[in-house]
Ligand binder design. Structure first.
Ligand code: PLP
Length: 378
């Protein structure tokens, strides 16, 4: 028998308690009982997004939240700076193009964070730019982009929105939406929320709502104004993902009980311990300078296909992690610090990696990484 463990940067593991909540008989969504769930979930989301404004909920994967962010705020022909430092940065540019906008691509080497000065310069040179789109955590590379610094710059432009993909950041890293003055922040259930895939969230500022009003773009399912009106009545425009919402209510109760400070500190400690372990094994981090706390990307040993590590972990140990994407394929592997996992899961991941490397012919001292992780966690 092999016990299955999922340490991929989404989907992540879901706790037995949340699974039990979601296993309850499906309730009808046009009932007082479900309205109470919506009300509870909206309040909980506001707590985690750190906003007094609106947080919208969609029955979609995270990309639905990203699509709505563009289709509700940018008019055809509008220019948007898209920070392309990985697979998901590219998605912003594709979405802007798909809705007739003009993406101004700010290409950043994979593994590096964007330099906020480049955004300041671009906006100064062309104040007609309507949006700046970035990832708080670029999952394909394990980089955390400097969200606060960029927010401070974009704030100076009254007609420019700061649109942030927080799909692997919200609930892991401290991104106070109101305090930092973000305009849109997107989240997704299968990441920090310790839920199965199927929900997208978006916090929306007053500045963004003003853009929504002026937006002439055709839209239907992802019509944010319609969704806002319905949420004000504790309901949703269309049939919601009822069971996921019930699970979300449970997760949010747990998050509130733990408190944001502890939640963020815990994720940071797992990420730190994992990085220390990789360095102790002589491996190189893909994003050493600005690492995300939700996922770590690591180069495989010289001459070894990193995809073989991913495969071996799965076949021999039942552990799912992720490989690299596009040109990072075969070069890196990626391990999550999100979901229903704790410090010992990180130690387990390191132990399995040590055994995997040895099995694949790259000799490392067994326990060296584990020791480094334990020391960092102590
Ligand atoms: C940073 C980031 N953005 C966007 C997405 C896309 O989300 P989804 O696959 O839920 O549509 C992901 C998924 O891995 C992600 O990590």
């Amino acid at each position: 028998m092999i016990k299955k463990r999922i340490y991929s940067p989404g989907p992540v593991d879901v706790s037995p308690l949340t699974l039990l909540e979601m296993a309850q008989p499906v309730m009808h969504h046009r009932t007082k009982e479900f309205e109470a769930i919506v009300a509870e979930v909206v309040e909980g989301l506001k707590y985690v997004f750190q906003t007094k404004g609106d947080v919208l909920i969609f029955a979609s994967s995270g990309t639905g939240g990203m699509e709505g962010a563009i289709s509700n705020t940018l008019n055809p022909g509008d220019k948007a700076i898209c920070v392309r430092g990985g697979k998901f940065g590219e998605r912003w540019a594709q979405l802007v193009s798909a809705f007739g906008g003009e993406p101004l691509n700010l290409d950043v080497e994979w593994g590096q964070a964007v330099d906020p000065q480049q955004i300041a310069d671009a906006l100064k040179a062309d104040p007609s730019i309507r949006a700046v789109c970035v990832q708080a955590s670029e999952t394909s590379t394990g980089v955390a982009h400097p969200v606060k610094e960029i927010a401070d710059i974009v704030k100076g432009y009254s007609d420019t929105l700061f649109i942030v993909d927080g799909i692997t950041a919200v609930g892991v890293m401290d991104i106070p939406f109101d305090r930092w003055g973000l305009d849109i922040l997107v989240g997704g259930s299968q990441k920090a929320w310790r839920l199965p895939p199927g929900l997208a969230f978006a916090a929306v500022s007053d500045k963004a709502w003003a853009a929504v009003e002026k937006c002439t773009q055709p839209r239907y399912y992802f019509d944010w104004a319609k969704e806002k009106k319905n949420l004000a009545k504790n309901t949703t425009a269309y049939t919601p993902a009822v069971s996921l919402m019930v699970g979300l209510a449970q997760v949010l109760r747990e998050m509130r009980e733990e408190g944001l400070e502890s939640l963020f500190a815990r994720s940071a400690s797992y990420a730190r311990a994992f990085r220390e372990a990789m360095l102790a094994l002589g491996l190189k981090l893909f994003a050493p300078d600005s690492p995300s706390d939700s996922i770590t990307a690591v180069y495989g040993p010289e001459g070894m296909d990193a995809g073989a590590i991913v495969k071996h972990l799965s076949s021999k140990f039942g552990i799912t992690i992720a490989g690299g994407q596009d040109h990072a394929k075969g070069k890196i592997f990626r391990v999550s610090h999100m979901g229903y996992l704790d410090a010992l899961d990180m130690v387990t991941a390191v132990a399995a990696l040590e055994m995997t490397l040895n099995d694949l012919g790259h000799q490392v001292e067994l326990g060296a990484g584990v020791r480094a992780a334990q020391k960092a966690l102590a």
